[in-house]
Design a protein around this ligand. Structure first.
Ligand code: SF4
Ligand code: SF4
Length: 218
């Protein structure tokens, strides 16, 4: 695994400083996401130099409806559960709770609200890495199968570095062990699928959290 020298720094790291003070795993996750964002920037930059144009844009979301095999690593799941329960506020909270409560695995992603990703700063690595060039996806199209050449290739060294950062969460702390774990592809054995998670349980967790907050207000 090659270490990355920090050259590209366009993407600002999403930070939650107060929470990160007492949640070390959150810092790991946000650092990993930052590295992935840098890798995506680098890939897009390289493609633009070859006269390709990113088709993905705000409001374009058929991928979130079509894709049903979105990988989710354990630390990502932990981050998502925490963020949605404790930090997801505003009028969309009830909409999201309802989406999660009624989620079925053959439905579109429950985090898609009015054509946008409602958990954008905490969206999974796979969603960050899925980018398409030149032509936006048609409804129901999976460009990975219809035109693989237009789908951005993930930059392996960035993905490996993100895994490297996440590994202490799994109790693998020694640098040499982390490098071996990543190089051997062990990380992939831990992956789950977003559509296979028990989102109804998360809706209940949100509800319990809200009730606790209300009773503390009394
Ligand atoms: S992957 Fe396709 S549907 Fe999703 S944002 Fe990009 S162009 Fe739009
Ligand atoms: S998590 Fe967000 S970006 Fe990923 S599929 Fe769901 S709505 Fe789309």
């Amino acid at each position: 695994m090659k270490k990355i020298r920090s050259k590209i720094n366009k993407t600002k790291r999403f930070s939650l400083p107060e929470d990160e003070k007492h949640l070390p795993w959150l810092t790991m996750l946000l650092n990993a996401y930052h590295i992935i964002n840098k890798g995506v920037d680098a890939s897009i930059e390289a493609a633009v130099k070859k006269d390709r144009k990113l088709a993905c844009a705000k409001g374009c979301s058929s991928c979130c409806i079509t894709q049903s095999d979105i990988p989710l690593y354990p630390l990502e799941l932990q981050g998502l559960i925490w963020y949605v329960t404790e930090r997801f506020t505003g009028p969309d909270r009830e909409v999201l709770k309802n989406n999660l409560q009624n989620f079925e695995s053959d439905k579109s992603c429950p985090y898609l609200i009015e054509g946008a990703c409602s958990i954008h700063p905490m969206r999974p690595m796979a969603c960050r890495l899925f980018n398409v060039f030149d032509i936006p996806c048609k409804d129901g199209e999976d460009p990975f199968h219809t035109r693989r050449e237009d789908v951005m290739d993930p930059v392996k060294k960035y993905v490996d570095q993100a895994f490297f950062i996440m590994l202490p969460y799994h109790g693998i702390e020694k640098e040499s062990d982390r490098i071996r774990f990543v190089d051997d592809g062990e990380m992939h054995k831990m992956v789950r699928e977003l559509h296979g998670c028990n989102w109804k349980a998360l809706a209940e967790k949100m509800e319990e959290f809200d009730n606790r907050c209300k009773s503390n207000d009394v």
